[in-house]
Design a protein around this ligand. Structure first.
Ligand code: FAD
Length: 699
């Protein structure tokens, strides 16, 4: 077995991996990219038939214009020097039932058009677009604050980025319904749900809003030469700065020694060592197959298994090379969405049930922005969303060996393709008769080329509860193994590049012995607080009746009645700002009384100053703390007995216990096993005071 040594190995040459490799190579690191396919790009690639060149995936790239969030990367990595980008305006056209709308790239022109069609909703349309743009500016401020190392502590974030965090905590449907009511307008405005794979009721609002504004303010672009041109340009930059690209290398393992990743192994027997590894291959394969459960804490393994259990939707794509020139015929649409009606929830049901004859489609005509067909010809792709599970995994029963020769698969694939062509034929009469080349791709095809579970192209699904703080993070329990791409940052080519950019910052800082603030995630390092310490708070009197109230613990859902735990109990009252006290007290108490059967320690988190809209966000943060605490427990210890985080949403329990200002100084309340208070203290030296009070109870 040959062994080589690199600073960084990147597994997978999708846009996330290529971007990470590009930044690190440019920073002077010795980089190796290992890709199972024969070309770079992951989904960002192409194939050819005769003189026709087919884009595999890209319809519209957001944020590629000056000021857009992909622009910095495209510029830094010299893609803009190598590729021309065409801005699409109008952005897209929608046919819903009998109606047709042209959607201008300019948000104000689009707003005016919507108001023309729905005058009764004028006020709501304006406030909706205003609200979305406000959120977008907060995202930009959040990113800028990260770059300047000026982000506030987690629990102060709602005050700084209220609209951004609220949007991350609710569904697009809920967000939109606060502004507009007309169902047709809602359906029309939500057309791009098809780009994110979930209908308004399920899709995270921010996942719709961020790219919507990015598309409309900073352009919906298509690169000349297709997304493959971007991939090739990134590859050229990596090589220019000394990076090494190896294709046909299917990674099969990551060696772990003393908890650190040391080398990458491929099926062909290549073994390469590195100080740091970034995986752009899907997260479940990376963590569960390459690393292995035996090297991971069980809580993390469950999180990865959870992501694996809910991959986002895949697609059916019908790639057509036509022997007629649609441009010459005056066909004007780069993107034409066609749906039978305005009900996006019904459209989603049709997708889930594989009813291709009534499914929503988008027809992309690539000659509008790219020179991809011979004279007199056209390249058109018809795409719909599609589930992996359809008809028992597309007639294969889950047996993917040689599935491309399986007659059941071929029959179902052809039928789905035919249904889509029939639907498109209504918009392009004579379409079928002008087909020179046709290729049909299913979610299984997506899997074959990208290895993404479920043939998903957004990673795990982008629901309210599975984005941002709740998604798999870039950092893994293996300190020098990082993740990049859709499984971390959500789907989309710009999102993949942003993820690659961010992970490169993290990796470079780690390699250089520094720290980097995560630019895009709400999980962040806490800046040092230079403010003078608040004045000490006088300890409260001990005599008190402990209230008979029940709080529900985060994650375990265990119900804890304050005056009836059946054990001597330490309740720690704090907020996010004073959460350190909880760690210190737990450490001190468990040092003396290690068993949950001896006594209970629970945190009561006072959340009264948190607006209601942020409850989901706070729950996500507390679940994260639960997982982190769980990972520190000794083997065999049950987290539900040792990690008790009790949200006190309106602060009433804290108040009834006679406590206030726990955001300035945490407090502790010690009870005996009969639920009687034996002591209470707020202020400094909490761990020591707690131990003193416990001595009285425990003897
Ligand atoms: C039909 C379709 C239409 C789309 N339209 C758009 C659009 O209009 N706009 C937009 O922004 N996005 C679009 N997307 C989504 C976008 O393409 C993806 O979200 C994005 O490209 C994902 O990038 P990624 O970095 O996560 O990696 P991926 O593209 O998933 O690449 C992962 C890479 O890892 C490699 N790999 C996996 N396992 C291994 C292994 N064991 N060893 C070595 N290599 C491995 C794969 O071969 C692949 O190259 C579309 C996708 C599809 C399929």
């Amino acid at each position: 077995m040959r062994t080589e040594k690199f600073d960084v190995i990147v597994i997978g040459a999708g846009l996330g991996g290529l971007t990470a490799a590009g930044y690190l190579a440019k920073a002077g690191k010795k980089v190796l990219v290992m890709e199972q396919h024969t070309v770079p790009g992951g989904y960002a690639h192409e194939f050819r038939r005769g003189k026709y060149r087919f884009e595999v995936a890209l319809h519209a790239l957001d944020g590629a214009g000056p000021g857009g969030w992909a622009y910095e990367t495209l510029s830094d990595l010299e893609v803009l020097d190598q590729v021309n980008f065409q801005r699409m305006d109008p952005f897209y056209t929608v046919q819903m039932g009998e109606d047709e709308f042209n959607v201008s790239a300019d948000p104000m022109a689009y707003e005016a058009e919507l108001i023309r069609h729905f005058p009764d909703e004028a006020k709501g349309i304006r406030s909706l677009i205003d609200a979305m743009i406000t959120i977008f500016w907060e995202v930009r401020r959040f990113t800028a604050d990260g770059k300047l190392n000026r982000r506030p502590p987690m629990m102060e974030m709602p005050a700084h980025y209220p609209n951004m965090l609220a949007a991350m905590s609710e569904s697009w449907g809920d967000f939109m319904s606060r502004h507009i009511e007309n169902r047709q307008l809602q359906g029309l405005f939500s057309t791009l749900w098809a780009y994110y794979g979930l209908p308004p009721s399920k899709l995270n609002a921010a996942t719709f809003i961020f790219p919507w504004v990015s598309y409309h303010l900073f352009g919906a672009y298509y690169p000349e030469g297709g997304s493959m041109a971007m991939s090739r340009a990134l590859e050229a930059t990596i090589k220019k700065y000394g990076g090494d690209m190896r294709y046909r290398q299917m990674v099969s393992g990551i060696e772990i020694v003393d908890g650190r990743a040391t080398a990458v192994l491929t099926q062909k027997g290549l073994r390469a060592e590195a100080d740091l590894i970034i995986s752009n291959a899907n997260a479940p394969d990376t963590m569960l197959k390459f690393v292995g459960r035996e090297h991971l804490p069980s809580a993390y393994t469950s999180q990865v298994e959870d992501a694996l259990a809910k991959p986002a939707l895949g697609s059916v794509a019908v790639y057509l090379g036509l022997n007629r020139d649609l441009l010459a015929e005056g066909w004007a649409h780069h993107e034409l969405f066609i749906a039978d009606g305005y009900d996006m929830e019904a459209a989603y049901e049709a997708v889930l049930n594989g009813r291709f004859e009534e499914i929503g489609i988008v027809i992309s005509h690539y000659d509008q922005a790219d020179n991809c067909s011979p004279d007199g010809g056209s390249v058109v792709t018809i795409t719909s969303l599609a589930p992996w599970a359809y008809a028992d995994t597309w007639g294969t029963g889950g047996d993917l060996d040689n599935y491309r020769k399986n007659p059941h698969y071929l029959e179902l694939k052809q039928a789905a393709g035919d249904a889509l062509i029939d639907r498109a034929e209504k918009a392009i009469p004579g379409l079928r008769d002008s087909i020179k080349y046709v290729e049909i791709a299913t979610p299984l095809t997506n899997y074959r080329y990208s290895r993404n579970p479920g043939g998903s192209f957004y990673g795990s699904d982008q629901t309210v509860d599975n984005m941002y703080i709740n998604r798999l993070p870039e950092k893994t329990p293996i300190p020098n193994l990082l993740l990049a791409g859709a499984w971390v940052n959500g789907g989309g080519m710009s999102a993949a590049m942003l993820s690659g950019h961010n992970v490169a910052r993290t990796a470079q800082a780690q390699l250089d012995g520094k720290t980097a603030v995560d630019l895009f995630s709400v999980e962040m390092e806490q800046p040092q607080n230079d403010e003078p310490a608040p004045a000490p708070i006088t300890p409260a009197p001990v005599e008190m009746i402990v209230p008979d109230v029940t709080l529900t613990a985060v994650s375990s859902q265990r119900a804890i009645t304050l005056n009836n735990t059946g054990l001597p109990t330490v309740f720690i009252f704090h907020t996010q700002e004073t959460a350190d006290a909880s760690t210190a007290i737990n450490k001190a108490v468990r040092g003396h009384y290690p068993l949950a059967a001896q006594l209970m320690v629970a945190s009561v988190v006072d959340l009264h100053s948190l607006p209601k809209l942020f409850r989901k966000f706070a729950t996500g943060a507390m679940r994260k703390s639960y997982k982190q605490a769980e990972e520190t427990l000794p083997a065999g210890a049950k987290a539900e007995e040792y990690v008790l985080i009790l949200p006190d949403w309106d602060g009433e329990v804290t108040a009834v216990c006679g406590l206030q200002d726990v955001d300035k100084k945490a407090a502790v309340l010690v009870l005996d096993q009969n639920g009687q208070a034996v002591g209470r203290h707020q202020g400094d030296e909490l761990a020591g005071k707690t131990m003193e009070m416990l001595t009285a109870v425990m003897g």
